[in-house]
Structure formats: structure tokens, C-alpha cells
Design a protein around this ligand. Structure first.
Ligand code: HGY
Ligand code: MN
Ligand code: MN
Length: 440
């Protein structure tokens, strides 16, 4: 078994070309971004394109009952693969790189391995997981939740989306309810390349993030039942105004985040009023609250403070307020050896790097309990994401993919190599300006 480090690298231009081709599906006019909400026709078309690329690479395709797709390149020996992957569904204001980068960089890794005539001991796998965004069908990371056994398949198939569609019916409609059983066997290891989606790497001018974990996530949907009334004739003290209540909730959670301080964040991202007319006091409101913190106790405290506020507000406003949890994930820590592997690969390739915790949720957090897992981050320009103007420099995309390639080769081990130029094994390039293992 050849275990020397190799100096193979991915085709950076090929990666950018595939990202552009995928972004053309559901493209958002005048931007680099795309809208491919989970299980829509655009998602189906994106899936078809990536499956075609996987087949062109000679990968064996597996589609499971929730529509997760995994392409596998055989290794010299059978057994659990070294897996990379992410998602190709987007939010409505999706950027070109969120999720897509981790999947398409995986295909570049496979291509580079084939080009170099390398056979790895373990199989290599690239996956894309259904409905990672969760914005149409909550919770987020739905596909990887089912893949790793955290949610029963039947429960996931029954989920009703924000538009009233049902997951199982939409999977059937787009032809992606596959035969592979859920949950799936755990991979040997899992690594996800992703844009940071926050400002840290960009601000500090650092190329690679060795991700230590993911912060806790809490999504709540709140329904307010008031009374529609005339906007002109109804005295203020006679109103049961769902619009006003929804606004009070948004102000409350914003002030709660300020009171707790970083890393606590709170977001009211969705508000629907009924009848939503200029001259009618709103009778109904449905809104969502997204709360996150790296500390699970603080996140629970924030949830409790919100619940108590809703009780007070219902009494004060004379409205009925109910809520339901859409998602709740405790903070996750990644495998220390995997984190070090990412740092080692970045250092060997001469990239500046630092540790940080992920503010966003990712499929990797679902794999952390079942196999050694970590993530590789690359910078997001101005920290912008979930925005069609999301941007990452091509050289950073390539850097991240090469770090992931090196991590995967280390984990999969090289069984045969026809054109490997063994390097001395010493680290090449500048020593990374490794900063202390601070987390965000
Ligand atoms: O919500 C998230 O953090 C991810 O984008 N699904
Ligand atoms: Mn993502
Ligand atoms: Mn996202």
C-alpha cells in the first residue's frame, strides 16, 4: 500500500465551470445565484445534472427513500467509504456556492484521483442530501437526519411544507424516492467542504477554516389568532391585532439576542399576515423564530424566555398564541483527529488556516455522531450568504477542494498509484499562520 502524500490536485477551472452550470438551473436573473427549493422542479433538474456527472465518472449511484443521492467510486477493498458531500437545494435567495461547492468539489476529487491513476484502499463517496435548507420542508438537514437514523423515514415523508406540499408526494413527483434503505450504513469518515457564510475568514484574510463544530439551532413557528377589524373605526384598546403581536415578537427576540450578546442570534425570517390588507387590522399571523447559540443551556434559556413572553403577550393583546418547534439541534463538536487532519492538509499546502465553529447548520453535523467528521471552510466575501450575491474567490474554491482531496486520500489510503510523484512528505510551502484554536 502506497502511503506517501501525493501532489495531485483538483482542476479548479473544472470546479468553477460545474458550479456555473449548476447555478444556471433556477438562476436568479442578473446574479450568480439560483433558487432551487427542495423537491421542486428546479431541484429535480439540478439533481439530474449532478447524477449525470457522477455517472460520467463511472460512479455507482445509490438513491434512498428520502431522495439522498450517493455516488461511489470503488476502492481496492470493499467496505465503508470515505465520504464527502453536502447539498444542492437552495434557499429562495440562494447563492452559487452554499452546499453546491461541497458536492461538486467531491466530483473534482474523484476526477483528480482517476486522472492520477490512483486506486484508494477504501471506496470514495460523494453525497448530496435532501432538503438541507429546510426552508420549504422543516427541519433543515432533513435528508442527512434520515440517512444517519436520527429521524425515521416515515416521519420525514409525512412532513408538510410551508406551501402545503408533502415530502413523500413531492419525492414521487420528481422521481427521487429511491430504493436504498434508510438509515444507511455509516461511512468510514465524512468531510464537508463549505463556504463559511460568515465574515471571519474574509475579515482575517485566512484561506481555510478547520471547523470545530456547529452551534445549536432552534426553529419555532408561532401562530397568532386575533380579530380582523376596521383600521379606521376600531379604537386601539379594542383591538386584537395579530400584526402588532407579530411585530412585538420580532422586537423581543432581537432585544434578547442583544441582551445575551454574541454568539446568540435570533431571526424572524418569515411573517405571514391575514388578510394582509392596508385597511384591516390583521386577524392572523404566522411567523418563525430562528435562535442559535454555541451554548445549549443559553439556547434553552432563550427558548424559555420566548415562551414566557408569548404567554404575557397573549394576555396583553387578547390574542391566542400557539407555537410548534420546527427544528432543534444541540451544538455538535467534530472529531479532534479530523480537525487536525484538515489543519495538517492546509499547512502542507501552504494555506493560512484557523479553527472556528460553524454558525450555519450543515449535513456534517448529522454525521458527527456516527463517524469521524469535520468540515473545511473557505471564505465568503463580506460574510454574505443566503443571498444571490454570495461570492468566494476561485482560488479559494480550489484551495478548499485540494485540502479536502488531501484529507480524503489520507483517510482512504492509496492502494495503487501509477503516476504518483511521491513528495518528501515534508510540508511544502509557507508554514501556515495557524492561529490559536479560537472558535467564533
Ligand atoms: O439554516 C442553516 O443554518 C442551513 O443553511 N440550513
Ligand atoms: Mn449549506
Ligand atoms: Mn444554506
Amino acid at each position: 500500500m502506497t502511503s506517501v502524500a501525493t501532489d495531485i490536485s483538483v482542476d479548479g477551472q473544472g470546479l468553477s465551470d460545474r458550479l456555473a452550470a449548476l447555478a444556471s438551473i433556477g438562476e436568479i436573473e442578473g446574479t450568480d445565484g439560483a433558487c432551487r427549493l427542495a423537491l421542486t422542479d428546479e431541484d429535480r433538474d439540478g439533481r439530474d445534472l449532478v447524477v449525470t456527472w457522477m455517472r460520467d465518472l463511472g460512479m455507482e449511484i445509490s438513491i434512498d427513500g428520502i431522495g439522498n443521492v450517493v455516488g461511489t467510486l470503488a476502492g481496492a477493498e470493499p467496505g465503508p467509504p470515505v465520504m464527502c458531500g453536502s447539498h444542492i437545494d437552495t434557499v429562495r435567495t440562494g447563492g452559487r456556492y452554499d452546499g453546491n461547492l461541497g458536492v461538486l468539489a467531491g466530483l473534482q476529487v474523484v476526477e483528480a484521483v482517476q486522472r492520477a491513476g490512483i486506486t484508494t484502499r477504501r471506496p470514495l463517496a460523494v453525497g448530496f442530501f435532501t432538503d438541507e435548507e429546510g426552508s420549504r420542508f422543516p427541519p433543515d438537514m432533513l435528508g442527512s437526519l434520515v440517512y444517519t437514523g436520527e429521524m425515521p423515514l416515515e416521519e420525514a415523508l409525512d412532513i408538510v411544507g410551508t406551501d402545503g406540499a408533502v415530502v413523500g408526494e413531492e419525492l414521487d413527483r420528481i422521481g427521487y424516492r429511491g430504493p436504498a434503505p434508510c438509515p444507511s450504513p455509516a461511512p468510514h469518515a465524512f468531510v464537508e467542504l463549505h463556504i463559511e457564510q460568515g465574515p471571519i475568514l474574509d475579515t482575517e484574510d485566512i484561506v481555510i477554516g478547520a471547523v470545530t463544530g456547529v452551534q445549536g439551532i432552534s426553529w419555532t413557528e408561532i401562530t397568532v389568532a386575533g380579530q380582523s377589524n376596521h383600521a379606521g373605526t376600531t379604537p386601539m384598546d379594542m383591538r386584537h391585532d395579530a400584526g402588532w403581536v407579530a411585530t412585538r415578537i420580532a422586537v423581543f427576540v432581537h432585544e434578547l439576542a442583544t441582551e445575551f450578546g454574541p454568539p446568540q442570534v435570533c431571526t424572524v425570517g418569515r411573517v405571514e399576515l391575514h388578510p394582509n390588507l392596508v385597511n384591516v387590522v390583521a386577524s392572523d399571523a404566522v411567523l418563525t423564530v430562528d435562535m442559535r447559540n454555541t451554548d445549549d443551556d443559553l439556547l434553552t434559556e432563550a427558548e424559555n424566555r420566548l415562551a414566557a413572553f408569548l404567554e404575557e403577550l397573549a394576555a396583553e393583546s387578547g390574542t391566542g398564541i400557539t407555537s410548534r418547534r420546527l427544528a432543534r439541534f444541540a451544538p455538535v463538536e467534530f472529531d479532534p483527529d479530523m480537525i487536525r487532519l484538515v489543519e495538517k492538509a492546509a499547512a502542507e499546502l501552504g494555506f493560512s488556516h484557523r479553527r472556528l465553529c460553524s454558525g450555519a447548520g450543515h449535513d456534517a453535523q448529522m454525521f458527527a455522531p456516527v463517524c469521524p467528521t469535520s468540515m473545511v471552510f473557505v471564505p465568503s466575501w463580506e460574510g454574505i450568504s443566503h443571498n444571490p450575491f454570495e461570492h468566494t474567490e476561485p482560488e479559494h474554491l480550489e484551495a478548499g477542494a485540494n485540502v479536502m482531496l488531501r484529507v480524503m486520500l489520507e483517510l482512504a489510503e492509496i492502494a495503487e498509484a501509477s503516476e504518483v510523484q511521491a513528495t518528501s512528505g515534508a510540508t511544502s510551502g509557507a508554514t501556515a499562520e495557524e492561529t490559536a484554536g479560537a472558535t467564533a
